[in-house]
Write a protein that binds this ligand. Structure first.
Ligand SMILES: [Zn+2]
Length: 432
């Protein structure tokens, strides 16, 4: 079935398989299942909308609204939103339930949600479980890092983007399970590797491209299990060491000459049409160790996912931007992860949260909540107001009915109520 995007007018397809998948992801409230409507806008417009809620690197100095201290934040001082330094936000000196209010059936849901967001303190930076990492954003489970963005499980790393499980790495992009790497892109399980791209299990080497299990190599392309090779030529250990001794990475002339020779060699080698390994039935690019995933990019360890971007370890997800780390049944969400299930239309919800609809920054096992902001461990809340289970299960279906009538049900939060200016967000970086 072809559809015309109601936003950009592009044609896009919704297959019977997509409809069955939507049915599988439909949220449950109590005993009732609520059907997800077909998307009315194309996958690219849906991604752009999610990205307009993703702030990565426009960081401002401001005062913390809890402590008055000078902090770094994604919320500028001019912004109408309140920001708490993460230690204050995760602390017990405030309670998000104090901002609760009843649902008003005479007004659209998004209008009420936008008002709530302007009153509840937001996290100054999107971080969880970090130590000595005051200048990072979109980071979790890390220690002693500086200016890393979208990163988890890193230690002593500087200037990295989308890096996971690394130690002592500097200036790296898309690097995982590596140590002592510098200026590397898309590398995994490497040690002491520099100026390299698309390498796995390479050690003590410089200027490698698409190499696997190489040790002590320089300027090589497409090599497997090589040792003491220079520009794809086999040298003896002594020859290699003598060449390496004469190379000074601090000398621009040496660096320029090495780069030029390396780039020339790269051009001679055919490139793979698809980047990724150990997959079964996947479409997209940069996918590893995944099965039955379509139209997705930057996946690792995923099953049954479609239209997902930068997601690791996830199952049964659609329209999901960033993260994972044991995530199941996630639909139209941004920046959610770490042991999460059944999230729909949520942003920044993590650490054991499950069964949430339209929530922002609800964390630490928050569950069965609708339209909430900043809840930690909350349950059966609507617009930050506490209900009994029976009340919650009776009221949410009425709100969904109200949103179906207003046309709000089944879509992520609109760009117009994002806490960030559009030109600060990932949407600006990727779509304009
Ligand atoms: Zn569109």
């Amino acid at each position: 079935m072809h559809r015309s995007c109601s936003n950009c007018a592009a044609n896009f397809e919704i297959t019977p398989d997509d409809l069955a998948f939507l049915q599988k992801l439909s949220p449950q409230i109590g005993e009732r299942t609520f059907a997800l409507p077909e998307p009315t806008i194309c996958p690219d417009c849906r991604l752009q909308r999610r990205m307009s809620w993703r702030m990565e690197r426009c960081l401002y100095f401001r005062t913390c609204d809890a402590t008055g201290k000078k902090i770094l934040s994604v919320i500028s001082l001019e912004s109408p939103f309140k920001a708490f330094y993460h230690e204050a936000w995760y602390g017990d000196t405030w309670n998000a339930l104090d901002y609760g209010r009843p649902y008003d059936f005479s007004r659209p849901f998004f209008e009420q949600f936008a008002e709530l967001m302007r009153q509840v303190p937001l996290l100054a930076l999107s971080i969880t479980n970090v130590q000595n990492c005051d200048y990072v954003n979109q980071v979790g489970f890390s220690k002693n890092c500086y200016l890393i963005i979208e990163a988890d499980y890193d230690q002593d790393c500087l200037y990295g983007y989308r890096i996971f499980y690394n130690k002592n790495c500097v200036d790296v992009l898309e690097v995982m399970h590596s140590e002592r790497c510098y200026e590397c892109i898309d590398c995994a399980k490497c040690y002491n590797l520099r100026f390299s791209q698309q390498c796995t299990q390479c050690v003590d080497s410089l200027f490698l491209y698409d190499c696997r299990s190489c040790t002590g190599c320089f300027g090589c392309v497409g090599m497997r299990q090589a040792q003491h090779c220079m520009f794809n030529q086999q040298l003896s250990k002594e020859q290699y060491e003598s060449h390496l001794k004469s190379f000074d990475p601090c000398n621009p002339a040496h660096m320029n000459a090495a780069r030029a020779q390396f780039e020339a060699l790269k051009l001679k080698h055919p490139r793979k049409a698809f980047i990724g390994e150990q997959n079964e039935n996947v479409t997209g690019n940069y996918i590893d160790e995944s099965k039955d995933c379509s139209s997705s990019f930057g996946l690792r360890g995923c099953r049954d996912c479609r239209h997902c971007l930068y997601v690791r370890e996830a199952k049964d997800c659609m329209d999901y931007l960033v993260w994972g780390d044991r995530a199941e049944r996630i639909y139209d969400c941004e920046c959610c992860g770490h042991n999460i299930q059944n999230l729909h239309f949520c942003c920044d919800c993590w650490d054991g949260s499950h069964d949430l609809l339209y929530c922002f920054q609800c964390v630490l096992n928050a569950s069965n909540c609708f339209g909430c902001v900043g809840l930690q461990k909350g349950k059966y809340c609507i617009l930050n107001k506490q209900y009994a289970q029976e009340e919650y299960e009776a009221l949410v279906p009425k709100i969904i009915g109200h949103m179906q009538k207003s046309g709000e049900w089944g879509s992520f939060f609109p760009t117009t109520i994002s806490p960030y200016a559009y030109n600060e967000t990932a949407a600006q970086e990727n779509f304009d």
